[in-house]
Write a protein that binds this ligand. Structure first.
Ligand code: DGY
Length: 322
């Protein structure tokens, strides 16, 4: 850095939504990765070699070995509420702060969870494909019959801000709510319930827990076997919370009715023949929980606000605790 140069911020995608980056340009020089595909670790190390701040997305893993190659880094501002891809402990050990973007995408993600509930219960994707293929030649009372959403019981695994936003929507559908979370507390909408009981009793189970060593594989074969044969599993949290091989077997053998997934173990997953992409009782979308114009702009804005706070020596707005 020369005497008049500004601090460097490495940004891992071009064309980020909203006007956040323009605000950052006043206070910092930007090194922007110019491909829409995520940089690999070597590219990221090169891009951020002299950076004080890394503004990245959930698809950009930040490991201890990457951090060893970024000696000037002081802040990782991830534009995502989940920060399971960042080695937060390794960052703390090197004096690097980490911020995420809680609060700004809860309602958008809850909308998508509800869309998946409706799609997977009422067979919306099968119906759309049926019409598109020209198969709709008769009206038939047996055509694409699914299961109710209204007046059913919904089990929420994890009870943070997104789960509560789903709970508020579910109340309007007359659903009975249970949740399982570390804190054993009921509220006006939902009753805390042990996980096994929730899985046995719920018509719809929706996952909202962050990915951590404790939650990885938490919904495995045993847990899926507890669910009703008429039940639906929805996951808008992180793929590895569910044992994917067990879920594929369960759906294939029709031991539950359906699943709706926004997340998978490996992302992105362009394989059209992947079982989750071909099973007719599984609705899959490509990790778009927060993909609304306003939520995506707010995520970048909050990441930028954290970067600006760091550069001005002010307290960070949403620092992740180790
Ligand atoms: C989040 O913010 O955690 C979303 O899943 C996008 O990564």
């Amino acid at each position: 850095m020369t005497p008049d140069s500004k601090p460097l911020v490495a940004v891992t995608r071009p064309n980020l939504p909203g006007a956040g980056l323009e605000r950052l340009r006043g206070a910092a020089d930007l090194a922007v990765w110019e491909s829409p595909l995520a940089p690999d670790p070597d590219d990221l190390a090169e891009l951020a070699r002299d950076a004080e701040i890394l503004l990245c997305l959930h698809g950009d893993p930040v490991s201890a070995s990457l951090l060893d190659r970024l000696p000037r880094l002081r802040l990782i501002a991830i534009a995502s509420v989940g920060y399971d891809t960042v080695d937060v402990g390794a960052a703390a050990a090197r004096g690097i702060a980490v911020t995420n973007t809680p609060g700004v995408l809860d309602e958008a993600t809850a909308d998508l969870a509800f869309a998946l509930i409706l799609a997977a219960r009422r067979r919306l994707v099968e119906g759309a494909l049926y019409v598109r293929s020209g198969s709709w030649t008769k009206n038939d009372l047996g055509l694409l019959v699914g299961y109710d959403v209204h007046s059913t019981s919904l089990g929420l695994v994890g009870y943070g801000a997104i789960a509560r936003a789903v709970a508020r929507r579910a109340a309007g559908f007359g659903m009975r709510l249970r949740h399982y979370a570390r804190t054993r507390a009921d509220d006006a909408l939902s009753v805390w319930t042990p996980l096994d009981h929730l899985l046995r009793e719920s018509d719809i189970v929706s996952i909202h827990t962050p990915l951590s060593p404790e939650t990885r594989g938490m919904i495995g074969r045993r847990e899926l076997d507890l669910m009703k044969p008429t039940a639906t599993l929805v996951n808008t949290a992180r793929g590895p919370v569910v044992d994917e091989a067990a879920l594929i077997d369960t759906l294939r053998e029709r031991r539950i009715f359906s699943a709706g997934l926004d997340v998978q173990v490996l992302e992105p997953n362009p394989n059209p023949d992947h079982p989750l992409h071909t099973l007719d009782n599984c609705v899959v979308v490509p990790h778009i929980g927060s993909a609304t114009v306003s939520a995506r702009a707010a995520m970048i804005d909050l990441a930028v606000d954290n970067a600006l706070a760091h550069l001005a020596g002010r307290p960070l707005l949403t620092e992740v605790s180790v």
